[in-house]
Design a protein around this ligand. Structure first.
Ligand code: 5GP
Ligand code: ZN
Length: 147
């Protein structure tokens, strides 16, 4: 069944309305989770909202809470089922995002698993002043958000 909240050319909307098949892990009224078809490791799961929302910037708070809560439960299940030592939870928004339908990655991790992609280059602050200015800039925007 097609819903108004879906986008015609979106791969994940097609998975939601079963135009494309997937290995589903979990579903409730608002959320679905399925196995990534090019997993970093077996068990790599994607957790998505059933409405077509592209990034975290459009995501409503109540849905953000539910998505993270579902991801927590899926993380527990993936860790146990795959016999993993740990779990990485991540989410790309715009940059690095290849599918523009919001999704959280739940990825099983083990010591020495060779996942080099998360050894990001660091960009340290030059001065204490730059740290304080950065802190203030973000705090000022946050104050205006009424959260
Ligand atoms: P992103 O790069 O946007 O953070 O993550 C998108 C993820 O979706 C990738 O890990 C990719 O393997 C996965 N993916 C892309 N197309 C499909 C698909 O048709 N089916 C499934 N199950 N996963 C997909
Ligand atoms: Zn979509």
């Amino acid at each position: 069944m097609r819903s108004l909240n879906m986008k015609e050319d979106c791969i994940f909307c097609k998975i939601l309305n079963k135009q494309l098949s997937s290995y589903q892990i979990f579903e409730n009224q608002e959320i679905m989770a399925f196995l990534d078809n090019r997993p970093l490791f077996p068990g790599h799961t994607l957790v998505i909202p059933k409405v077509h929302i592209e990034t975290i910037f459009e995501l409503e708070d109540h849905l953000a809470q539910k998505l993270f809560q579902a991801s927590k439960h899926i993380a527990i299940a993936v860790k146990k089922a795959m016999g993993a030592e740990g779990i990485f939870i991540g989410n790309n928004n715009v940059i690095g995002q290849t599918v523009p339908h919001f999704h959280l990655h739940v990825v099983p991790r083990n010591k020495g698993d060779g996942l080099k992609g998360f050894f990001w280059p660091r960009n340290p602050y030059s001065t204490e002043q730059e740290i304080s200015e950065t802190q203030l800039k973000i705090q000022n925007v946050l104050k205006g958000l009424n959260i």
